[in-house]
Design a protein around this ligand. Structure first.
Ligand code: ZN
Length: 154
């Protein structure tokens, strides 16, 4: 009995945490869009025919315009936020894509867009490192090999 109570309160706190995360992500996105709007407006003000305010534009048109002036970095950031929000909707947010365990809240606070738990991330980095080392060795052998061929041809 007490065990069950503990786990359900844990689930409740996780739910609360995810709700807070959602707020945080939405705030992040609003702030980012706000900055972009300000940039857009500043650009407009320098423009001669400023008959129309940015906010008078149909939102679809405005979106297109915003999209046009976005830098790759801003676009990537918005995309990351949207992805995370989508995963929150699908309740797949905060769950490690590799092992299926819940990602620690401290980790999600530090890296709200991460899709892997700490262990799996470490594992992946280790694999990537050894893969790189393997490739390096192979390239070295290939280079040595081709030098030999060149020597034969010469
Ligand atoms: Zn994992």
């Amino acid at each position: 009995m007490p065990k069950k109570a503990a786990s359900s309160s844990k689930a409740a706190s996780r739910k609360k945490f995810l709700a807070t995360t959602r707020e945080r992500l939405l705030e992040m996105k609003n702030k980012l869009l706000g900055e972009i709007q300000t940039e857009l407006r500043a650009e407009r003000e320098g423009n001669k025919d400023e008959g129309m305010d940015t906010y008078d534009l149909a939102s679809e048109e405005r979106d297109r315009e915003i999209n046009f002036i976005l830098s790759d970095r801003e676009r990537l950031k918005i995309q990351q936020i949207d992805d995370a929000l989508e995963r929150l909707e699908e309740s797949s947010y905060g769950v490690c894509e590799s092992c299926g365990l819940e990602i620690a809240e401290e980790r999600l606070l530090a890296m709200p867009f991460t899709r892997l738990c700490h262990d799996c991330q470490q594992e992946q980095e280790k694999e990537a490192r050894s893969q790189r080392r393997f490739d390096d060795e192979r390239n070295t052998y290939r280079k040595l090999g081709s030098t030999d061929v060149d020597d034969d041809n010469a």
